[in-house]
Ligand binder design. Sequence first.
Ligand SMILES: [Zn+2]
Length: 259
Amino acid sequence: MNSKWSVTIAFLLACNTSKEDVIENTEDIQTTEDTAFAEDNPSAEDTSYEDTSSEEPETNIANLRIHVISSQLEYLDAASIYTEATIEQYITDSNQVFLPTGITWEIESFVVEPALNEAIVIQSVNTGMPAPGTAMGRTVDHSLMLAPTGYDAYVLQKNAQFDNGGMYKCSLDNGSVPGAVFVPLLASNGTPQAMRKWAHELGHMMNLPHTECSQEFADNLMMSGGCGFAEIDRIHLTDDQIASIQAQFAIGGPAECNE
Ligand SMILES: [Zn+2]
């Protein structure tokens, strides 16, 4: 990490107004197993049963709009390399992580949208200011967001220029626009992004901060990749984290910035 970014990160840590995820640099590649789901086709004999007692289990659906960024800047442009199937698999796998919360992420739609303000991203990359999350927040069309009634995830190609693996920006415009996650399709070394990066950023969007950097949390979803204790496939949630996610879901929409 060069000194420019160190200064930026130190500033971010000092002012603590943003949950930008600037230290997500563990390139943990997780292979995903194909998960086949049976079509929900009730068979004929099902209809012969008197369905009087079965209560449908309550399903808490968190609607997620996937915004695929299109851009002249290769590192921003996910539109040319993404497939819906790949992103659907990331969300399917993330749902395994969120299973203990009783909340299921469901893709509401895919929206391919051009980056509106690439100049500010170039400025951010070249000078460190504005911070990456601020630059990205000003680059996307806020009118196309699902929040605050749902959740938004922006997909870019690669975050190498920002020296991070993904981020949650708790407001896209200083409190006036809800927050969203930004997740690259590729890790900084060009390999496919790890599934847990999606689940981790979704965790931030549900109001989870990073855990402390200690052995106790080595396998925790919210352990930062920058912590020396971090295990590769960390996906676990504590009871407190599960309760926090459920509380945020009950409020509705993405977590707001902490004062
Ligand atoms: Zn993080």
